[in-house]
Ligand binder design. Structure first.
Ligand SMILES: [Zn+2]
Ligand SMILES: [Zn+2]
Length: 189
């Protein structure tokens, strides 16, 4: 918790700092900036391999704030088919519109969101964008990680990793078993 406390306000931006030309932020954070926070949220194992790179542009129109960002990182994950570890290049591109919370009742049309545009409300004279960045990283971590689209998985009969060691087990039977196994995976929509 000590580390979290220390970093708590590092992405809090005062509105009067957002000039007409916008507010630009380009930085990186050590993996512990996020790891402690997201570790227990997803029911899958992953570790950040290196630093998290963050770029954010913020513009202001009166009291509405428009935020555009890009976050990249490399995470090590375990493939759900072959159980092998692999590096996943995480890339989160995002846009947020933030309106003052006291305007909420006045602008119902703002509720209509674009597909990748998020609308939020803020209070006071500053915004904390750390939760937004963390949320976007989390959203872009795959729930069903595959080391590659064509991963052949593990032979259900001999347990061999079929990407590395094609085995001599009955091919037809192995295929049937593979499809049987797939039935039990929840389908992501
Ligand atoms: Zn795999
Ligand atoms: Zn086999």
């Amino acid at each position: 918790m000590e580390g979290l406390k220390k970093n708590q306000n590092d992405f809090r931006i005062r509105l009067d700092k957002i000039k007409e030309s916008g507010y630009h932020l380009s930085c990186s954070r050590k993996k512990d900036w996020i790891e402690d926070v997201v570790k227990d949220i997803k029911n899958i194992k992953f570790t950040f391999v290196d630093d998290i790179r963050i770029q954010v542009e913020i513009f202001r129109m009166e009291r509405d704030i428009f935020l555009r960002g890009l976050t990249t990182a490399t995470i090590e994950m375990s493939c759900i088919r072959c159980l092998g570890n692999f590096n996943f290049p995480l890339k989160a591109e995002f846009r947020y519109t933030l309106s003052p919370s006291d305007d909420k009742a006045l602008s119902p049309e703002m509720e209509i969101n674009g597909e990748d545009l998020y609308l939020l409300y803020y209070q006071g004279d500053s915004i904390d964008i750390a939760p937004l960045i963390r949320e976007q990283i989390l959203l872009n971590i795959p729930s069903y990680p595959l080391c590659r689209e064509s991963c052949k998985g593990i032979c259900p009969q001999c347990g061999s990793n079929l990407n590395q060691n094609p085995c001599q087990c009955d091919k037809q039977e192995a295929t049937v078993s593979k499809f049987e196994a797939l039935k039990h995976f929840p389908v992501k929509h």
